[in-house]
Design a protein around this ligand. Structure first.
Ligand code: IMP
Length: 185
């Protein structure tokens, strides 16, 4: 059965906005389910998303998304610890630690845990890029002003309009995979 309305449980309205724009062309409306997530510590973001989803008791077609940025130079860190690192260091602190570093490759991962009456399914999206040398742009949120996607023109996600970020972002890719599955069943 095709679902034309699903919920995203999150405390982050930016995520809702981005995901809603991705789902709209599939005829799927996204509703915000306000949730301040309790994040467990785990290496696999899928485990974090599944745990957060289990905290939602409502019987709705609903998903949780867990995202993070991984730096090659730091062996994939912060990954699942991205919120903590951003909170403690901020983008300024990360750039300071990366000063003089030429190995700047990074990638964003988005993992969605989606639940309906048929059970729980996982969808993933990735975007490759690199860490900028300075903070650039006021769009987006989180790490966007220091993340330059490889498929772009050298601008950070923070310098892109929503639609440009959504064309290639980790989140858009994960939500497109979810939408394709939802519209096929
Ligand atoms: P979470 O998915 O809310 O746990 O996100 C982990 C951390 O990554 C938070 O600090 C977010 O601000 C950041 N983050 C998640 N998605 C994005 C994104 O699309 N752009 C920039 N930062 C992000």
């Amino acid at each position: 059965m095709t679902k034309n309305k699903i919920w995203l449980a999150t405390g982050n309205r930016n995520k809702v906005k981005e995901a809603a724009e991705v789902l709209a062309p599939y005829g799927i409306r996204l509703e915000h389910f306000p949730l301040e997530r309790v994040e467990i510590q785990a290496d696999d973001p899928a485990d974090i998303a599944i745990y957060s989803l289990s905290m939602v008791k409502e019987d709705l077609p609903i998903c949780v998304e867990d995202a993070g940025v991984s730096l090659d130079r730091w062996g994939g860190f912060p990954g699942p610890y991205s919120s903590y690192v951003l909170e403690r260091l901020g983008n300024h602190g990360i750039l300071k630690l990366m000063e003089g570093e030429s190995k700047r490759k990074a990638y964003y991962v988005s993992v969605i845990a989606y639940r309906d009456t048929s059970g729980v399914r996982i969808f993933r999206g990735v975007v490759d890029g690199e860490i900028a040398h300075s903070i650039r742009g006021a769009h987006g949120f989180g790490y966007d002003p220091i993340f330059i996607p490889s498929e772009g023109d050298g601008r950070t996600f923070g310098e892109m309009e929503d639609a440009e970020k959504n064309a290639i972002s980790h989140r858009a890719r994960a939500f497109r995979a979810l939408a394709e599955w939802l519209t096929q069943i």
